[in-house]
Design a binder for this molecule. Structure first.
Ligand code: S3P
Length: 428
């Protein structure tokens, strides 16, 4: 599907972005293995989370839709899942595949996980390695590629230093470790999103967190209490609208109910650093997650240098930082972001190639990029989504700044994380 974006000088309005994707996956998974009924509101009903939901249903869990975004999950307990009679399809969702491989490795049955052509190219050895050390039996295509076939069994605990700051990897190991009675210790090289830890603690699991370590305490038969959760808006989805407002000639946007968890809010820090006019209003805690309304106004931006430990706290927003950099005065440099090469597509090369089509001066590094701004952007071009939702949406926001309309090919991929994106963009 093609998405045509016309240039726009004025961005104004109020926006409610959909529920957080990472929290939605975890809510579905943890509610499924809790002992009893959990209630979820604000669940993101996008393809990625629906993949997780369908898989939990195939594993015997009743997930009942009450109204838009509102579900009751009839948790079966950690040992209550049953073997699915077919292959489990994760679609485009790396979070589904990595978290569920952990969970299923310790179940007493056989599972096969697959996904679309993008997911079948993404590295799974990073989870297969440590899970195998815990005693898991996982078979993959050569090089640790999906489909993954898992002969579930009792696992031991593990003490493991993550080679990459990856929330999907640590969550996979924590889910696998839940059924082991032994202690598990995970050491993080840098902070990555901590929703799994927060939610496990809220369900009564004995986790100790501090100084870069997560310790799942030794325990006989662990039990997760059911829970009620109201999922905040996704900061990664809000970031597209924040960028649109900041870079507009006339921009003022209020984004309601957005999660601002420290492990996810690196983007807001960069925006401030670049001189962006952004205010957090009504800061509060909801469902164990810091949440706020965000007021953004168009701003004269200046270039920034981004590298090091902040990278995992803004990893999904880097294409948007590149979009901000196009409007900013000076050279913005992004380094230490080699993880972008193994996302839904190689996001460094996708950003560089598509930006160059619009005449933007952008340099490619193995671990990042540098953008010269401010740039006048030619329009009238057709750009590619690279089968990546965040690339498609970042290009759509960039296209608002061009001289004439831009078309984005393959924009249906946006539905994996943000159904209704184009309509919401139009509304402001
Ligand atoms: C996610 C973690 C991040 C992020 C992805 C969602 C999660 O990936 O890029 O969009 O929900 O745990 P990594 O953990 O692989 O960095």
């Amino acid at each position: 599907m093609d998405l045509k974006i016309e240039p726009k000088k004025k961005i104004k309005g109020e926006v409610n972005v959909p529920g957080d994707k990472s929290i939605s996956h975890r809510a579905l998974i943890l509610a499924s293995i809790a002992e009893g009924d959990s209630k979820i509101t604000g669940l993101l009903e996008a393809e990625d989370c629906l993949s997780t939901m369908n898989i939990m249903r195939k594993l015997g869990v009743e997930v009942i839709k009450k109204s838009k975004g509102e579900y009751t999950v009839k948790g079966k307990g950690i040992e209550g899942l049953k073997e699915a009679d077919d292959v489990l399809d994760c679609g485009n969702s790396g979070t589904s595949m990595r978290l569920l491989t952990g969970l299923l490795s310790s179940q007493n049955f056989y599972s096969v996980l697959t996904g679309d052509h993008s997911l079948r190219r993404r590295p799974m050895q990073r989870i297969i390695g440590p899970l195998t050390k815990m005693g898991a039996e996982i078979f993959s295509r050569r090089g640790g590629l999906a489909p993954l076939s898992i002969k579930g069994q009792k696992l031991s605990g593990i003490k493991y230093k993550l080679p990459v700051a990856s929330a999907q990897l640590k969550s996979s190991l924590l889910l696998a470790a839940l059924q082991s009675e032994e202690e598990t210790v995970i050491i993080e090289p840098a902070v990555s999103r901590d929703h799994t830890e927060r939610m496990l603690k809220n369900t009564g699991v004995d986790l100790e967190i501090g100084s870069g370590k997560i310790i799942l305490k030794k325990s006989k038969k662990r039990k997760l209490n059911p829970f009620n959760i109201k999922i905040p808006g996704d900061i990664s989805s809000a970031a597209f609208f924040i960028t649109a407002a900041l870079t507009a000639e006339e921009g003022e946007l209020l984004l309601k109910n957005v999660g601002i968890n420290y492990s996810r809010s690196g983007f807001l820090e960069v925006v401030e650093d670049m001189g962006g006019d952004i205010e957090l209003l009504n800061v509060r805690e909801e469902a164990g997650e810091p949440t706020a309304d965000i007021l953004v106004r168009s701003s004269q931006l200046k270039a920034a240098e981004i590298s090091g430990d902040i990278i995992p706290r803004l990893i999904d927003e880097i294409p948007l930082i590149a979009v901000l950099a196009v409007s900013a005065e000076g050279k913005t440099v992004i380094r230490d972001a080699e993880e972008l090469r193994v996302k839904e597509t190689d996001r460094i090369s996708a950003v560089v190639n598509e930006f160059r089509k619009l005449g933007i001066s952008i340099e490619e590094f193995e671990d990042g990029m540098a953008v010269d701004g401010p740039a006048c952007i030619s329009g009238g071009k057709t750009l590619e989504s690279h089968h990546d939702h965040r690339i498609a949406m970042s290009l759509a926001v960039l296209a608002l700044k061009t001289e004439s309309a831009v078309t984005i090919n393959g924009s249906e991929i946006i539905n994996t994380s943000f159904p209704g994106f184009a309509e919401l963009l139009k509304s402001i």
